[in-house]
Ligand binder design. Structure first.
Ligand code: PMP
Length: 450
C-alpha cells in the first residue's frame, strides 16, 4: 500500500520525513490524487486538505491561467479598477444559480464570507427600517469560521472554548443539529420517529427559538446544508431546510446557507440548496470554489437583498483589501470551467454513491463504527465505544486522531479528522472528501486503505 516516488521526484533532506512518527511530514510535491513527501513517500489524498483540492493537485491548466493573469496584472484594488476575470466570475456564479442569486462579493476565506453574510444581513434590516433585527439563530454542532463573529454563530464547542465569552453572548439563538443519527425518538407505539416527524419536531424547536428571542428581533438563521467539520458530513433530513426556510419567511428573517464546505459540487450539485428545493437569501462558498489553487471564497446575495440594493441605491458598508482579487478570480474561473467542461458533477454523484456503498459494506459492521453518512463525495465515519448505545469514546483517547495517524503511517492515506467534537458528547469522526475526478478504481483503493 505504500508507494515510492521516483528519485527525480524526491528532494530528500532528512532520513525520516515524519510520516513514520505520525508527524506532519515535509511535503515535496502534490500531483493528481497524491501527496509526495521529501523522502518519497506517496500518500493517497482522501480529503483534499479540508475538502479543498476538488480537481486534484498540480493542474497545469490552472497554473497557466494563474500565470497568464499575473503577467497581465497580479493585483488591483477593486476600488480603483474593474478586473475582467472578476466580472466573468461574478457572471458565472449568477448564471450557475439560474439568476436566483444576483450579486457576488469575491473574497478570500470561508470565515470572511460568513462574516460578510452576517454583516450584510444586519445592514439590510437597517435599509428596510427594521433596526431591531439584530439576533441570529444557529445550530450547535456547526462550524462557520474562525473570526469572532463567525465563531460566535458557530457551535463548535472546542473551537469556541478559548474565546468565551464570545461577542454578544446571549443574543444568539441556539437550536440542536438536524442529525437523526442520535436524535430520533421512539413513538409511544414503539416505532421509530419518521423523517417527517423528526423534521416537524426540529422545526418546532426553531419556531420556539424565534419566540424566545422575539420573532421581530431575529435577523437571520444560519445553517450548513450538510454539516461538515463539526459533525462529520451530516446531511439535513429531507424537508428540514425547506421547512426552516418557511419559518424564516413567516417571521421576515433571512436564511443564510453556509456552503463553504458543502458547496461548489461537493454534494453532487454545484450548490447544495439545489437538492433541497429552496433558495437562500445569502450563501457562502469557498473550498472547492478555488480548488486550493488560490484562496477563493464568495458571498452570494439573493433577490430580496440585491433588489433593495438596486432599487434604493444601497451599498454594503464592508470591504477587504484583497476583495475581488484578479488572480484569485482567474484561478477560480479555471477550476470552475474544468468542473463544468469535464462533467465532474456527474462523476461526483456516481463515485459518491460507490464510495458510500463500499464504506458501509467494508466497515459498516465494525463494532466501533457508529455511523457512516454523507452525500456526493462528502462522507463521514463516526467512531463510538458502543455501537448500540452510541456511547462515544473517552475524548482524551483522541480516537479520530489515532485513526488519522495510522491511516497516514501504515496505509498511506490522508483522511480529515474531526477531533475536537468528541468533547460535545458525540463520537469522533473522520471525513472522506476526495477530488471530483476520482475514478471508480481509486475509490475502491481508497476504501480498502481506510
Ligand atoms: N464555514 C464552514 C461550513 C466551514 O467548513 C469552514 C471551514 N472549515 C468555514 C466556514 C471557515 O472557512 P475558512 O477556514 O476558509 O475561513
Amino acid at each position: 500500500t505504500s508507494g515510492r516516488a521516483s528519485s527525480s521526484e524526491t528532494a530528500s533532506t532528512t532520513p525520516n520525513d515524519g510520516v513514520e512518527d505520525g508527524l506532519r511530514p515535509f511535503l515535496a510535491k502534490a500531483k493528481g490524487h497524491y501527496w509526495y513527501t521529501t523522502t518519497g513517500t506517496k500518500i493517497l489524498d482522501a480529503c483534499g486538505g479540508a475538502g479543498v483540492a476538488c480537481i486534484g493537485h498540480g493542474r497545469k491548466d490552472v497554473m497557466k491561467a494563474v500565470a497568464s493573469q499575473m503577467r497581465r496584472y497580479s493585483y488591483t484594488s477593486y476600488a480603483h479598477f474593474r478586473a475582467q476575470p472578476v466580472v466573468e466570475l461574478e457572471e458565472f456564479l449568477v448564471e450557475s444559480t439560474g439568476g436566483k442569486m444576483q450579486r457576488v462579493y469575491l473574497l478570500c476565506s470561508g470565515s470572511e464570507a460568513v462574516e460578510s453574510s452576517l454583516k450584510l444581513a444586519r445592514e439590510y434590516f437597517l435599509w428596510v427600517g427594521q433596526p431591531q433585527r439584530v439576533n441570529f439563530i444557529a445550530r450547535w454542532e456547526s462550524y462557520h469560521g474562525a473570526s469572532l463573529g463567525a465563531l460566535s454563530v458557530g457551535g463548535h464547542v472546542a473551537r469556541r472554548a478559548p474565546f468565551e465569552p464570545l461577542l454578544q453572548q446571549g443574543r444568539f439563538g441556539r437550536i440542536s443539529p438536524c442529525n437523526p443519527y442520535r436524535q430520533r425518538l421512539t413513538n409511544p407505539d414503539g416505532t421509530v420517529e419518521s423523517d417527517d416527524q423528526f423534521v416537524e419536531r426540529k422545526v418546532a424547536e426553531l419556531e420556539q427559538e424565534f419566540q424566545r428571542l422575539g420573532p421581530d428581533t431575529v435577523c437571520a438563521v444560519i445553517l450548513e446544508p450538510v454539516v461538515g467539520a463539526a459533525l462529520g458530513c451530516a446531511p439535513a433530513v429531507p424537508g428540514y431546510l425547506r421547512a426552516a426556510k418557511q419559518v424564516c419567511d413567516r417571521h421576515g428573517a433571512l436564511l443564510i446557507l453556509d456552503e463553504v464546505m458543502s458547496g461548489m459540487g461537493r454534494t453532487g450539485s454545484l450548490h447544495a440548496w439545489e437538492q433541497e428545493g429552496i433558495v437562500p437569501d445569502l450563501q457562502t462558498i469557498a473550498k472547492g470554489f478555488g480548488g486550493g489553487y488560490q484562496p477563493a471564497s464568495a458571498l452570494l446575495v439573493g433577490h430580496k437583498i440585491a433588489g433593495t440594493m438596486k432599487k434604493e441605491g444601497k451599498v454594503f458598508t464592508h470591504g477587504h483589501t484583497y476583495q475581488n482579487h484578479p488572480v484569485v478570480a482567474a484561478a477560480a474561473l479555471k477550476v470552475q470551467s474544468i468542473i463544468r467542461d469535464d462533467n465532474l458533477l456527474e462523476n461526483v454523484r456516481a463515485q459518491g454513491e460507490l464510495l458510500g456503498r463500499l464504506l458501509k459494506e467494508r466497515i459498516g459492521e465494525h463494532p466501533n463504527v457508529g455511523d457512516i453518512r454523507g452525500r456526493g463525495l462528502f462522507w463521514g465515519i463516526e467512531f463510538v465505544r458502543d455501537k448500540t448505545t452510541k456511547q462515544p469514546f473517552d475524548p482524551t483517547l483522541q480516537i479520530a486522531l489515532q485513526v488519522y495517524k495510522t491511516a497516514m503511517q501504515e496505509m498511506r492515506v490522508l483522511v480529515y479528522t474531526g477531533q475536537g467534537c468528541a468533547g460535545n458528547g458525540k463520537g469522533d469522526h473522520i471525513m472522506i472528501m476526495p477530488a471530483y475526478n476520482i475514478s471508480g478504481k481509486l475509490v475502491r483503493e481508497l476504501v480498502e486503505r481506510v
